[in-house]
Design a binder for this molecule. Structure first.
Ligand code: GLA
Length: 743
């Protein structure tokens, strides 16, 4: 890895074993983009990449240079209003009403490792040799605003992390109305755009379309990264697929309002923008103040989508997630929500836990309903004190009972919310986000606390910390069940209301930071009505997240497949729930429910007492299987093989780093009759290793399995005598392959 600067040509070349990133100082001293892609040889002069030809009838040009217009120039951090007509990376509103700025290169520094971003989640290094960071210092001479562009290139893999910092070193206050984390101008538009979108209970479905002249974008304006869109997009060459070809992924380490956009201009160049959504954003910078954007992570892969995802998985698993749970296989849990909803007593909980313990479950999680006056979703949020009518010995007592059974105890919170029917609201009615003189909308009968205010965060921290200090709590499910409306903070002046959305998220990060550092042993799982805030920002604090409230095995194929494009399996919260399923009312085999959930953190969301003895035996086997293979499943190299977005069959697999073990998950949604013979070509095995199929005992070389494929035909003929258990709709199989060294 290296960062080279050529003084004569004023060109920067950042490169490692996989990628090159090249930029230069333009004739007007702005920064220009020259190349991002596969690693190329270093040269002193890349100026030939700066293409400037006069286009007088269409463009506005700089005086004295008929060939130079920003409209035709690939830039690092574009500004609107002076010859460039594309959407900008930055906009600074000044006292005289002007929004122009002219960020000119002044100097740069190169440092080993990666600096922390104050108050924000970001990827990190543990040793200085793991990365190098280039900081470009640019200044707008009129306002005195300094722009620092940070580029971190990691030692290995196609990873480039970027962010921007704006410092007002001038004499007058300015307003930042746009400050993106990343702006990347690419020389052509021959790409397909992939986004991961959906709705509550239908999160992160893959959507693909061809880039065309104009703007394509996904955005969240809801205060959370959202069920609807994810702060992650991919550009891939049309000929690239899961296994080969050029792909670039863009991921924002942020949990609030975002914009991810690609603008194809009149000459077919593509500008990618990623950062906080400019809609409603207005950050006042007094002289001496500064603003740090969130981090954007770009991954380039010439090994297709799987190659890109594997790079994100490694990075986010090892250098974004933190704490003692980062590298630990996750406990198998049981959560009472779908088993009881609000209707439980302490004894009933213990009954559920006891049966789960008998089956091998390690962690019992008490979900919503244990605090304040909470017996429905109308009351109680904000009062984080156990309801003595439900839990006579409080959380301490219940946690002790669970611990005494030899299980760990976990607890649900929804720290950012309040019901009007709560002691907290009665004491502090002005602590919610609401606009004076306007009605406040509720979501699920709840209101959003103003987390931009430190005293609010302090108060919630106090209540949570008290419980964690008193009771033996090993896990927290941190929920967030509505988006923000009427966003307005009573604690901020009129000209700072455009800061509230971002300040809110900074408050959430602050609470997470305080709790995770004070209680480092606690495993945090994030949740936002399922997957409404499943993003890298939260992953920095909570190494796993409840991927969706939809726990149906068939629905989960798409949700987990889509989620896996960016996020590692160790982060994907996935449970076996009851049949018929509570969201879609579909009955799927217990086996299939577990076969889907085991490609994730794994747990149960039902009362095992209600299962038949035969099903209970199956659960015991599932848990034993998960315990044996969870390290491989959660930390192995993951490959998508057949997509639920394309057909009836879904297939994915994980391979251990040393390639001696693999687990393949194969799922068929609808059954057929007299079906073709089928195979699936595996990936990532060692071609020369001989693998034994643990179920059938069959031996195959890696090259057979990867080229001829694994035979998955089931021989079902449609005759009743050919069909048995395990046939029919929603059928699945796991194939465990282990290297056989006798060969
Ligand atoms: C949200 C979560 C669920 C559950 C309920 C409790 O919907 O996503 O898993 O915790 O809240 O109210």
């Amino acid at each position: 890895m290296s960062i080279q600067f050529n003084e004569q040509t004023r060109t920067f070349h950042l490169f490692n074993d996989s990628i090159s990133y090249i930029m230069t100082v333009l004739p007007n001293h702005h920064m220009g983009q020259l190349y991002f892609g596969r690693r190329i040889h270093h040269r002193d002069d890349f100026s030939y990449l700066l293409e400037m030809s006069p286009r007088p009838m269409t463009s506005c040009l700089f005086e004295g240079d008929r060939s130079f217009s920003l409209e035709h120039t690939k830039q690092e951090y574009g500004v609107y209003g002076t010859t460039d007509y594309r959407r900008p990376a930055v906009e600074v509103l000044q006292k005289n009403g002007s929004r122009l700025s002219d960020f000119c290169y002044q100097s740069h520094t190169v440092t080993a490792g990666k600096p922390r971003l104050e108050g924000l989640p970001a990827t990190y290094t543990e040793e200085d040799h793991e990365a190098e960071t280039l900081t470009l210092r640019l200044e707008d001479p009129v306002t005195g605003v300094v722009l620092k562009l940070l580029y971190t290139i990691f030692e290995k893999g196609g990873i480039l992390a970027r962010s921007a910092r704006l410092e007002n070193q001038g004499r007058e206050a300015v307003h930042l109305t746009t400050a993106m984390s990343l702006c990347l101008d690419l020389p052509d538009c021959d790409y397909e755009w992939l986004q991961f979108s959906g709705a509550w209970a239908r999160e992160r479905h893959l959507k693909v379309r061809r880039l065309e002249q104009g703007i394509q974008a996904v955005e969240s304006l809801r205060g959370n990264s959202s069920h609807q869109h994810n702060p992650f997009i991919v550009l891939k060459r049309p000929c690239a697929d899961e296994f080969q070809g050029e792909v670039m992924g863009f991921s924002l380490v942020y949990s609030g309002n975002f914009l991810a956009q690609a603008e194809v201009d009149t000459h077919d160049t593509t500008r990618v923008l990623l950062g906080i959504s400019p809609m409603g954003f207005d950050w006042k910078l007094e002289p001496g103040e500064s603003f740090q954007t969130p981090e954007a992570v770009t991954v380039y892969s010439d090994k297709g989508l799987n190659g890109m995802s594997q790079t994100f998985h490694r990075l986010y698993r090892k250098r974004l997630a933190r704490g003692c749970w980062r590298d630990r296989p996750r406990p198998i849990l049981i959560n009472n929500w779908e088993a009881t909803y609000f209707d439980f007593t302490e004894d009933r909980l213990v009954e559920i836990a006891a049966k789960a313990k008998e089956s091998g479950v390690e962690l019992f999680v008490l979900d919503d309903g244990w605090f304040g006056k909470r017996s429905s979703d109308h009351a109680g949020l904000g009062d984080w004190v156990a309801n003595p009518r439900r839990l006579a010995g409080g959380i301490t007592g219940l946690a002790r009972r669970i611990e005494d059974m030899g299980m760990k105890f976990g607890l649900w919170f929804e720290p950012e919310m309040v019901n009007k029917d709560s002691d907290l609201y009665r004491a502090h009615p002005d602590w919610i986000l609401e606009t004076p003189g306007r009605s406040a909308s509720h979501g699920r009968n709840q209101y959003v606390l103003d987390f931009s205010r430190k005293e609010v965060v302090d108060c919630i921290y106090g209540m949570m910390a008290k419980i964690l200090e008193e009771a033996k709590v090993s896990y927290i499910k941190w929920d967030m069940n509505r988006s923000i409306t009427e966003c307005y903070s009573r604690a901020l002046p009129a000209d700072r209301q455009g800061e509230v959305f971002h300040r809110y998220i900074l408050g959430v990060y602050d609470l997470y930071e305080r709790l995770t550092s004070r209680f480092p042993q606690v495993l945090f799982e994030s949740c936002a009505s399922g997957g409404g805030r499943f993003d890298p920002g939260i992953l920095y604090y909570a190494p796993q997240g409840w991927a969706s409230d939809d726990s149906d095995a068939v629905e989960r194929l798409k949700i987990q497949y889509g989620t896996s494009y960016c996020y590692p399996l160790s982060s994907i919260g996935s449970h076996v729930s009851v049949a018929p399923n509570h969201q879609v009312f579909r009955s799927t085999p217990l086996k299939t429910r577990a076969n889907v959930a085991c490609f994730g953190t794994f747990g149960y969301e039902l009362d095992l007492n209600r299962l038949s003895p035969k099903e209970q035996d199956m659960v015991r086997e599932q848990i034993a299987f998960m315990k044996e293979y969870r390290e491989l499943l959660q930390f192995g190299t993951f490959y998508r093989l057949a997509s639920p977005f394309e057909g009836n069959i879904t297939c994915w697999m994980v391979v251990s780093e040393d390639q001696t073990q693999a687990v393949v998950g194969w799922y068929r949604v609808l059954s057929g009759v007299n079906m073709p013979y089928t195979r699936v070509r595996l990936q990532g095995l060692n071609p020369d290793f001989c693998y034994r199929n643990q179920e059938t005992g069959a031996l195959h070389y890696g090259d057979e399995l990867m080229n001829l494929g694994l035979i998955t035909s089931d021989g079902q003929s449609g005759q009743m005598d050919g069909a048995g258990e395990g046939y029919g709709d929603f059928m699945s199989r796991l194939y465990v392959l282990k290297r056989d060294t006798s060969r």
